[in-house]
Ligand binder design. Structure first.
Ligand code: MEV
Length: 309
């Protein structure tokens, strides 16, 4: 028996822009994760999925989504005769990096079960291959957060070489509240939509991308300097840019408005958009509770997290 974890993620700055090689600031969330537990069996590769409540033989049903997503792992690590059980505190399809966390948890559990000696970097590379099955042309930010579980600066290398990954240490934690739009978004479709609109409107999109580039550099300085007011302002501007590239939806806009009207320092969608989650930055735990309550009164679920500890 062995087990492994993959962490949820929150993108503070950079969804969609990171796909084109611009910097992103994101964090793994240590207390929200998918956990895989493995057990050697006599035959087959069984997946007991306690999230979707189904049991599948991955060798027999090769078209099942988890069979396709995990194929690069099972092939590359030459895995057979195993039972994998999945549990998760991350809600799938909500912009919290569930698919990446799932792959990382399975790779880590197999690494431990078979003493494969994979480093974090190798776990991350393999998880990226799984992400390409789920999302087409992912940047790699989700699997990187799922692997490292920490706040990081991420930059995709557009020439296929190593991505830039820098773990960031903050002098004090930042308090955030996720607001759940209650809608599902498809990362693959949203990324493809941005690509199409970008190709159709190159000048308009170039301006947005240029502005984001400056914004994210200021955001990193503000984060490292503990200037939460500035981080909040930049999150608001980032949300305006995400609206411009067409990935927000009315529910996410409403959640951002509610957060700001009730004293949050900043608010933006997080993840691919089109549904899923938004995040609001607040000053302290008291404000976290207040914003959560406001979301609840308006019919939205929420999750409180701290990052940068
Ligand atoms: C999804 O969590 C983030 C996107 O930027 C896609 C990616 O980076 O692969 C929308």
């Amino acid at each position: 028996m062995a087990s492994g974890k993959g962490f949820a993620k929150v993108i503070l700055f950079g969804e969609h822009f990171v796909v084109y090689g611009l910097s992103g600031l994101a964090s793994g969330i240590k207390n929200l994760f998918t956990e895989a537990t493995t057990k050697k069996v006599d035959s087959g590769i069984m997946l007991i999925d306690n999230i979707y409540n189904r049991v599948d033989n991955l060798k027999e049903d090769e078209n099942f989504i988890n069979a396709r997503v995990l194929k690069p792992v099972l092939d590359e690590l030459n895995i057979d005769n195993i039972e994998i059980t999945l549990n998760s505190s991350i809600v799938p399809e909500h912009g919290m990096g569930y698919s990446a966390a799932l792959s990382v948890s399975v790779i880590r559990a197999l690494n431990n079960e078979f003493n494969l000696g994979l480093t974090d970097e190798q776990v991350n590379e393999l998880a990226y291959k799984c992400e390409t099955v789920s999302h087409g042309t992912p940047s790699g930010i989700d699997n990187t957060c799922a692997t490292y579980g920490s706040l990081l600066h991420f930059e995709k290398n557009m020439h296929g070489e190593k991505n830039k990954i820098e773990i960031l240490k903050l002098s004090k934690p930042f308090y955030l509240v996720f607001g759940d739009s209650g809608k599902k978004g498809s990362t693959k479709e949203l990324v493809a939509g941005v690509r199409k609109r970008k190709e159709e409107n190159p000048e308009e999109y170039d301006k947005v991308f240029e502005e984001y580039k400056k914004l994210v550099s200021e955001a990193e300085d503000a984060l490292l300097g503990g200037d939460e007011k500035k981080v909040g302002e930049l999150m608001n501007r980032n949300q305006e840019l995400l609206v411009k590239i067409g990935v927000s939806i009315p529910e996410l806009d409403k959640l951002c408005k509610l957060a700001l009207e009730n004293g949050a320092l900043g608010a933006k969608l997080t993840g691919a958009g089109g549904g899923g989650m938004m995040i609001s930055l607040v000053e302290n735990e008291e404000m976290q509770t207040k914003i959560s309550q406001v979301f609840k009164e308006n019919g939205f679920d929420s999750i409180k997290i701290k990052i940068g500890e």
